[in-house]
Design a binder for this molecule. Structure first.
Ligand SMILES: C[S@@+](CC[C@H](N)C(=O)[O-])C[C@H]1O[C@@H](n2cnc3c(N)ncnc32)[C@H](O)[C@@H]1O
Length: 342
């Protein structure tokens, strides 16, 4: 069964996955979905208007080259109007997501459509399983966790350790936090192996029930590995502990750009010297680097330049970044960023 949409998404609305067309339901509802270059051309109104006139019946009495000229002109016109449509206008910062603007520009930015209420309603309807967390792709969890563990190992090899401590066997980090943790897939899958103590931030209580009372977490609870559990959205969470590692995966799309910037700034104030804020997220790959709003879980999928702009605005520098390898090709690329205060 396929569930949970913000985690992993096919980048092509026409691709097949798990036996049914990915996002076919979105197409039928006529929503924007995930714009790929192919989809953008399909959606071009100018081309649609001109095409039957030019090449359909009855034909316009024009030579083929004239028809082609008109066709190219209409495509350019569409491109121009789409650039205008994507030029945002600055709006006042506001904690109400529905009126918050994009940092990157002005106008009706995709993140202005985010509704935390809708998001929580959606996530409450998802089953508390890895399948639920990963939108019907539970099979990629192992490779995802492996990729994250390797990334952290590489980071730690680069970092300074007290003299005499071998870089191949660094001590556990003092405290990590799994943000937008869901059922604690990442905590159980690798954070407990790299940190003494792991806190959890997750707004949906039925997900954290597994962590606080579920059998699968019993060993970690007994070992004292699970710290505080905060049932809050990241937009409402202010860290009150010092962290060596603040892990954010497949959840920051639930925040507007302004909320994400403010949240990252709050995290930076509680980051241990030499610690990292990690953001691991899907990337939008539209030609013009637009973020894409998903009305199913009320989230945005950001482009790499927009992520970088938000990090910069939050006074964070990227100290390491890489694309997660080994995921199915029809999914959006997933990038992992390690951030530290500038
Ligand atoms: C795709 S799941 C990812 C869970 C986990 N990070 C993982 O990779 O297994 C997205 C999670 O974000 C949570 N979420 C929704 N809105 C959020 C918000 N405003 N702040 C933090 N997390 C949120 C959902 O409840 C859900 O658990």
């Amino acid at each position: 069964m396929r569930e949970g949409r913000s985690s992993l998404r096919a980048k092509d609305v026409y691709s097949e996955h798990a036996g049914r067309p990915k996002h076919a339901d979105r197409r039928m509802r006529g929503t924007e979905g995930h714009t790929t270059p192919r989809k953008a051309i399909r959606g071009c109104p100018a081309i649609h208007a001109f095409f039957p006139l030019l090449f359909g019946k009855p034909f316009l009495p024009l030579s083929l080259s004239a028809k082609l000229l008109v066709y190219i002109f209409s495509s350019l016109l569409y491109k121009l109007t789409s650039i205008t449509r994507n030029t945002y206008t600055e709006m006042p910062d506001n904690t109400d997501a529905s009126t918050t603007s994009s940092l990157s520009g002005v106008g009706t930015a995709p993140d202005a459509s985010i509704s935390h209420q809708d998001a929580i309603r959606y996530w409450n309807s998802v089953t508390p399983t890895v399948n639920g967390m990963l939108g019907g792709y539970p099979q990629i969890s192992r490779i995802d966790l492996q990729g994250s563990a390797n990334f952290i190992s590489k980071l730690r090899r680069k970092s300074t350790l007290p003299s005499g401590v071998p870089k191949s066997k660094p001590p556990l980090l003092a405290r990590a936090v799994d943000c937008g943790a869901g059922i604690g897939r990442i905590t159980a899958g690798f954070l407990v192996n790299v940190a003494e103590l792991v806190d959890i931030v997750e707004p949906v209580v039925k997900f954290t029930d597994e962590i606080s009372t579920g059998q699968s977490f019993l060993p970690w609870r007994e070992q004292g590995k699970i710290g505080q559990i905060y049932n809050l959205g990241l937009e409402d969470w202010t860290p009150t502990q010092q962290y060596s590692l603040i892990w954010n995966q497949w959840c920051v799309g639930q925040l507007t750009d302004a909320q994400l910037q403010a949240y990252l700034q709050r995290c930076a104030t509680m980051l241990e010297n030499g610690g990292w804020i990690v953001v691991k997220e899907n990337l939008s790959t539209t030609i013009s680097d637009e973020d894409i709003f998903d009305d199913v879980d009320s989230s945005v999928t950001r482009s790499d330049p927009n992520f970088r702009a938000i990090f910069e605005a939050a006074n964070l520098k990227i100290v390491a970044t890489e694309i997660q390898k080994g995921f199915p090709k029809d999914l959006y690329p997933v990038r992992i960023y390690a951030l530290q205060p500038q």
